[in-house]
Design a protein around this ligand. Structure first.
Ligand code: NAD
Length: 510
């Protein structure tokens, strides 16, 4: 067995050494998890809720301790780490409370043809879930899979990022305090090979969070055994600022969305499209805020180091490309990119084919583009292969614009707010991935739908029996013609329904 040493990104100090799990260790963990899954899946929802609420209480009481580990391993400011741990606790509580309501057996109508059947559907646990996590939010992000998978009745084997194994271990140890004799959440530490071994270890689903490049490898490995996958991948989130927006609030939110966590946020704001009437005021508000921020290792620094060293080169490449193609750095620029710290950078006049617009930068940099109207803003925002989150600042058109943005989530008059609402599903479209964590969708993601039809009495027509006659077939033909033979039946009390344009029909105030 080899060891993995974790270094503090800001100082290079050793903060932990962990044994790397090889394929045999991963398989052994999955085998233990499978035994536990039988016990855990056999409990009723109330029993599981009790355990998870006890764990939630442990986490809630020790939040600062866990935030310390996050701070040490990622370098992010302690307050930021605390905020995300708090959100993870809140999500765990929601998942525990709502699993029964979401997943329990419910009756469904059986229809006229099958009127003799009593039909029901229930969502049952898959068994063992393999969770592969990133380093940028090493507690909040994987807990979106772990907490919901456990609440849905599964055991979990978690492969944290090689940069943040201590966070994973801390989580598993804290749950073991509540259920000492059960392998409900196990951690396997390691690099890509350990993740790859988890994909091949016979788990019932892989929940992966990370880059699209690794997502492809995970899917390829899972394809070998038809293991289903959930992919939470990168983003290139856009913020739209309309002419009637609260410009000051938009600038404030843009600064947070772009620069918090040194821009290492999957749903961070990387592009802003601003109506020409408010562009100058917005840019002034954003640049003023960006200039007041600094990245550093001092306790007052609102922005920490780049956790992943090689990400610094990505930022440098994107900034250089933007400037080489005619863009301007109104704050920061190439000189803002240091060895380990990147100072806030605001780029304007960046052409749409620049990598600063087309690829995930994952750094405290943001592009600001002036648009003639919100139609142009929507078209530009959607002109990406990603589709994770987005944001709209508008006094009157928020819901309408939100709906037109091709992304899994949109915040209106705020940024990233959807992640704090446990009932809302979290996930993307396009290269940002598929499947959902959080909310009812996030619980169902770790289950399979179990459909049951119970015959209550013999059918009036023996259609699925060799006793069926020609007369029965004639009767069936007549019945179907009566039930389904007329297509233009859409009518209301005052005559035929008039179909409104889809946009108008569905938009409602959230
Ligand atoms: P990454 O893709 O480098 O690694 C993610 C995880 O996959 C790590 O645990 C890594 O060890 C593992 N891994 C690497 N190779 C593997 C392989 N061949 N098989 C199985 N597992 C393997 O990503 P990262 O740098 O840790 O995280 C940053 C990325 O994650 C960014 O793109 C970011 O946008 C994305 N992210 C997405 C979300 C979301 O919810 N959509 C949340 C946080 C981060």
């Amino acid at each position: 067995m080899t060891d993995l040493t974790v270094l503090a990104p800001a100082t290079g100090e050793v903060v932990g050494t962990h044994e790397v799990a090889d394929a045999a260790a991963v398989e052994a963990a999955v085998a233990r998890a499978r035994e536990t899954a039988v016990w855990w899946g056999g409990l009723d929802h109330a029993g599981r809720r009790q355990v998870l609420e006890q764990w939630k209480a442990v986490l809630a009481r020790r939040m600062p301790q866990l935030a310390d580990v996050v701070h040490e391993e990622t370098g992010k400011p302690h307050g930021d780490a605390l905020l995300k741990v708090a959100l993870a606790v809140d999500h765990l509580g929601w998942a525990a409370r709502n699993a029964e309501r979401t997943l329990r057996r419910r009756r469904v109508g059986s229809g006229l043809l099958a009127a003799n059947q009593a039909a029901s559907v229930e969502y049952l646990p898959l068994g063992v879930i393999g969770v592969i996590g990133p380093w940028n939010y090493p507690v909040f992000t994987p807990m979106g899979s772990i907490g919901y998978a456990l609440a849905a009745g599964n055991a979990v084997v978690f492969k944290p990022s090689e940069l943040t194994p201590g966070c994973g271990r801390w989580l598993a140890d804290s749950l073991r305090e509540v259920v000492p004799d059960r392998d409900l959440l196990q951690v396997v530490v390691g690099y890509g090979e350990t993740g790859s071994a988890l994909c091949r270890a016979g788990v019932d689903k892989i929940a992966f969070t990370g880059s699209p490049q690794t997502g492809r490898k995970v899917m390829a490995a899972c394809a070998e055994t038809l293991t289903p996958v959930l992919i939470e991948s990168g983003g290139k989130d856009a913020l739209l600022v309309d002419e009637d927006a609260d410009v000051d609030a938009a600038a404030d939110a843009a600064a947070w969305g772009a620069f918090a966590n040194a821009g290492q946020t999957c749903t961070g704001i990387e592009r802003v499209y601003v109506h020409e009437k408010v562009h100058d005021a917005f840019l002034a508000g954003l640049t003023e805020r960006a200039r007041k921020l600094h990245a550093g290792s001092d306790p007052e620094a609102p922005i920490g180091p780049m956790t992943l060293e090689r990400q610094v080169e990505v930022a440098r490449r994107h900034i250089d490309d933007a400037l080489a193609r005619g863009g301007k750095a109104v704050v920061g620029g190439p000189e803002a990119v240091g060895d380990r710290f990147i100072q806030p950078t605001v780029l304007t006049d960046v052409p749409p084919d620049s990598t600063a617009i087309t690829e995930e930068t994952f750094s405290p940099t943001v592009t600001v583009t002036k648009v003639a109207d919100m139609d142009e803003a929507v078209a530009l925002a959607n002109g990406t292969r990603y589709g994770l989150g987005s944001a709209v600042f508008s006094a009157t058109r928020g819901p309408e614009l939100a709906r037109r943005l091709r992304s899994g989530m949109t915040a209106i008059n705020a940024v990233i707010s959807f992640a704090a609402v446990p009932a809302l599903p979290f996930g993307g479209v396009g290269e940002s991935g598929f499947g959902r964590i959080h909310g009812a969708d996030g619980l169902k993601e770790f289950t399979y739908a179990k459909a049951v039809a119970r015959q209550r009495f013999r059918p009036p027509m023996p259609l699925t029996s060799f006793t069926r006659t020609e007369k029965h077939e004639v009767n069936l033909t007549t019945l179907i013609a009566v039930l389904h033979g007329r297509a233009n039946q859409l009518s209301g009390p005052r005559g035929p329904l008039r179909l409104l344009p889809a946009r108008k029909r569905h938009v409602m105030e959230p």
